[in-house]
Design a binder for this molecule. Structure first.
Ligand code: ZN
Length: 416
């Protein structure tokens, strides 16, 4: 995943434009994406698709001709969505367009100006305070014009149309944890799932934040009824706690499952209730939709000092953290796949297991006592109300033994 992030890191992404398309093309090498283009001006819910932004170059030269700020060194240097400019100006004229973080003076901030036309540069506060009066040559070579908003979906058809939605934002430029880690984990998860035949259908969304989710919801309202579980994710690259923010529903299947999976891992985690602030769960959990969508990250957004700065780079993330995050997602999906209900065909009294070869010393295996217990749990709670995942939670038995017992009971037609 680190190697994949290294490919994605240099691309200047935004909420629209060729950076998004290039990113989706790289993801498309791992999983077959369906790429959608939504034209500028399209009405989506209470919003409108903005003009498309593309950038070729941006720099500031001092009077000696030396580039003192150079977009090509680091794309965070340009205020994302800057309008074009070509001018010579004094420091006093330039300064209102320079952005820094005074209390983190060595870091370059990531700033955007999507919905208010402006131009600017982001630099370290150390550099800002060292600038002297001069005649600066300011160039931002961008287009902000009629075009499209681009997003992509990967859909994996399961045995049922009931659907699991996994969404990550793809609009941040060179930032590793805040959004590239999410792209990498979602891509690898989708790729692994694509080699299986899942029960549920899976839909992965690679969308620009906010406007992408709003556009997708507006264009896909008819399909929303199929969504049974959902997660918005990113921030998966730092070796830190896991954080799960519940759906607005609060006790949806996804909430029960993620909380259970986190409780089984040898990791620190915290669970928080839904708040209408954060990532795209804000849109999926808006009251008109109220979808069963939670948010699973490591350390939450805004709560690590490198957040939205040049320090969100390769020093911050690790292969171990990415792999641990991916493993948690695999566990969540394993539990979603088992969130299916069976019906005991002999619910009055216990069926006789012995005459069906399901009692004691099955094949001489040393876990036959646990398997025995699993038969009893699955039979008793296969009442049409409880899923296999529920039974694993109730019994405290590992999901794999519950699944194995279920297969054997099914084969003997004790449950269906
Ligand atoms: Zn962000």
């Amino acid at each position: 995943m680190i190697d994949f992030i290294k490919e994605l890191y240099p691309i200047c992404r935004s909420i629209t434009g060729n950076g998004v398309r290039e990113t989706l093309n790289l993801i498309n090498r791992h999983i077959p994406l369906k790429i959608h283009e939504v034209p500028t001006g399209t009405k989506v819910l209470d919003w409108e698709i903005p003009k498309e932004w593309n950038i070729r170059d941006a720099y500031v030269k001092d009077s000696s001709g030396k580039k003192i700020i150079d977009f090509k060194q680091l794309n965070l240097h340009v205020l994302n969505y800057s309008t074009p400019i070509r001018a010579k100006m004094s420091l006093a004229e330039l300064k209102p367009h320079l952005f820094s973080i005074p209390d983190k003076p060595s870091l370059i901030p990531y700033r955007t100006s999507y919905y208010a036309e402006n131009w600017g540069f982001c630099i370290s506060h150390d550099q800002l305070t060292s600038l002297h009066d001069d005649l600066y040559d300011v160039v931002i070579d961008t287009d902000l014009s009629t075009g499209n908003l681009t997003y992509a979906e990967y859909y994996l058809k399961g045995k049922t149309r009931e659907e699991v939605l996994i969404s990550t934002h793809i609009c941040h430029p060179s930032l590793c944890n805040d959004n590239l880690s999410g792209i990498a984990v979602c891509t690898y998860l989708a790729s692994a799932l694509s080699k299986t035949r899942p029960h549920y259908s899976y839909r992965f969304l690679f969308i620009p934040g906010t406007i992408g989710a709003i556009a997708w919801l507006a264009l896909n309202e008819n399909g929303l009824k199929h969504i049974k579980y959902g997660l918005v994710t990113s921030l998966l690259g730092i070796d830190s706690i896991f954080t799960y923010k519940r759906s607005r529903i609060g006790n949806a299947g996804i909430d029960r499952i993620v909380e259970h999976v986190l409780s089984l891992q040898d990791i620190q985690y915290k669970i928080i209730d839904f708040i209408p602030y954060g990532y795209d769960e804000r849109q999926f959990c808006s009251p008109g939709y109220n979808l069963p969508v939670g948010n699973l990250t490591r350390v939450p957004f805004g709560e690590y000092p490198e957040y939205h700065t040049s320090a969100d780079n390769f020093d911050l993330i690790s292969d171990k953290a990415l792999n641990d995050s991916l493993a948690v997602f695999h566990e969540v999906i394993r539990h979603i796949e088992a969130d299916r209900k069976f019906i005991n065909q002999y619910p009055k009294g216990e069926p006789r297991l012995g005459k069906r070869g399901l009692y004691d010393n099955i094949g001489g295996r040393n876990d036959s006592k646990i398997l025995q217990l699993a038969f009893l749990w699955v039979l008793n709670y296969s009442d049409g109300e409880h899923s296999l995942t529920d039974i694993a939670m109730l019994s405290g038995l590992d999901l794999s033994i519950i699944l194995e017992a279920t297969d054997m009971l099914k084969e003997k037609q004790l449950i269906k």
